[in-house]
Design a protein around this ligand. Structure first.
Ligand code: MAN
Length: 476
């Protein structure tokens, strides 16, 4: 037979018991209660009798008798909560978790669940408004970044195509140049064959004459020595007109000798001049072979569409590219080769830039790809300038900038729902490491830095707000 007391207790839910546990707080056929966390069995009358019987405290869900028990607050109209059973009936209204005031004796704590539910609801709405608006701003940023990636991919594809075209054409031009060079050389060599032969025999004869001349020169020099001696040593007291005439004639000869200069060409100069003439003829042969091309035209003639590259990246205006000559002068070929090499260099540099950019980690959804902008805020005596994908700089009151770090990578922290951007390799700290920072963005509409701390020397932690951190799972 169940006692009247138990029957009364059963009429309403037991104090402090969660609905999902209500079934366990019913007496068995023998009128007993089974402790929840052990095999202990006690008479049901001992439940909530303000005395702790079960080791896990489960027999006193509605009193403060057990130290380890938990008290359930129903909080109708708001969300239910638990408090440690030691807080029950201690005279303090624990509204944060027990807004219905059920943790204290009736009449002590008013039920504030409706009011708190309203506050919570308006907070929820505000949160959702911010997250929703933030998500749409974020979506626009992602869209812009995707657009930039697409553009870069397209440019890269075009540049790579052009690189192949330009390389092929350059090889072709170089081959033409080589062939044309040797063709002209052959033509000229053929034309000059008789002249070359004649010149060789002239050079040979001249060499013979030169040898002969040097023999005469030596003889003239020794005669000159003899006469000079005679001129110096003859006895002036002897009136020998023959000797006097000879001495006088020698003096005149000596006086005039320097004014005689050889204006004739040496054989080496002759050969050099002939080579120069051959080169000039070679070029004019090539020139005359060109049917159309004029020197002023070659620049705008391109047998391939290199100009697209130039137009896009070198800002050169479009030109008439259909003026083609069938055969070009060597000078024009050389100029084309030079121009093609220059374009190839530009194309290679631009390709490298784009490949590096595409390989760069710009965070989830590539979101930071379009963020080349900066935000800044004054915090604790410094102005912090954060250029999302470039550098974080700390500027002191004398306007002296210190690079805290360069953009490295970005990721989402699912535990805090934050976008985390890391900046590394900043300026070296005096007697310490290179500066670096972790910037943690929480969801918000207005992008701003809200706090900076330095948990370790020259390792900075920056708190910031950005719509880039607003995600669906933050909706409440
Ligand atoms: C500067 C600032 C500080 C940093 C010290 C380290 O004053 O960059 O943030 O702690 O240098 O010497």
């Amino acid at each position: 037979m169940l006692s009247l007391f138990i029957l009364l207790q059963l009429a309403e839910a037991l104090r402090g018991v969660a609905p999902e546990l209500e079934d366990k707080y019913k007496p068995d056929a023998d009128g007993n209660f089974h402790c929840l966390g052990s095999d202990e069995v006690i008479p049901f009358a001992k439940v909530n009798d303000n005395f702790c019987d079960c080791a896990d405290g489960s027999d006193e869900p509605g009193t403060s008798a057990c130290e380890n028990g938990l008290f359930y607050c129903q909080n109708e109209g708001f969300k239910p909560g638990y408090i440690p059973s030691s807080w029950v009936d201690d005279g303090v209204c624990d509204y944060e978790r027990c807004c219905d005031g059920s943790d204290e004796q009736p009449g002590r704590c008013e039920n504030r669940c409706k009011e708190l539910a309203e506050i919570s609801e308006s907070k929820r709405k505000l949160n959702n408004e911010i997250v929703t608006e933030g998500m749409s701003i974020r979506a626009r940023i992602v869209g812009k970044s995707q657009g930039e990636r697409f553009d870069t991919e397209q440019e890269l594809e075009m540049l790579e195509k052009k690189e192949v075209e330009v390389s092929d054409k350059l090889a072709d031009l170089q081959k033409q140049r080589e062939e044309r060079g040797s063709e002209s050389q052959k033509e000229v060599a053929e034309a000059f064959k008789p002249v070359d032969e004649e010149l060789s025999s002239v050079v040979e004869q001249a060499d013979g004459v030169k040898k002969e001349a040097s023999v005469y020169k030596a003889r003239a020099e020794s005669l000159s020595t003899i006469l000079s001696k005679l001129n110096n040593d003859y006895n002036h007291n002897f009136n020998d007109p023959a000797v006097k005439d000879a001495a006088h004639a020698f003096e005149q000869y000596e006086a005039n000798i320097d004014s005689v200069t050889d204006t004739s060409l040496s054989t080496e100069e002759l050969v050099k001049k002939l080579d120069e003439a051959k080169r000039t003829i070679m070029d004019s042969l090539a020139q005359s072979a060109a049917e159309v091309s004029e020197a002023s035209n070659f620049k705008w003639y391109m047998p391939f569409d290199l100009r697209d590259v130039v137009e896009s990246y070198l800002a050169v205006r479009p030109q008439d590219r259909h003026k083609k000559s069938k055969r070009k002068s060597l000078t024009a070929l050389d100029a084309d080769i030079e121009e093609a090499e220059a374009i190839l260099d530009v194309a290679k540099t631009e390709i490298k830039k784009r490949r590096e950019s595409l390989a760069q980690d710009y965070g989830p959804d590539d979101i930071l790809r379009s963020r080349s902008d900066c935000i800044s805020n004054k915090i604790a005596g410094y102005n912090y300038q954060l250029c999302f994908t470039d550098e974080l700089t700390q500027i002191d009151k004398n306007d002296r900038p210190t690079v805290v770090g360069k953009y490295e990578l970005a990721s989402y922290d699912p535990n805090t729902n934050q976008l985390v951007i890391e900046y590394k390799g900043g300026e070296k700290c005096w007697n310490g490491p290179n500066r670096q920072a972790e910037v943690r963005f929480s969801c918000g509409i207005e992008e701003q830095i809200i706090g900076v701390s330095e948990p370790e020397k020259c390792h900075y932690l920056v708190d910031a707000i950005s719509p880039m951190a607003c995600l669906q799972n933050q909706l409440l």
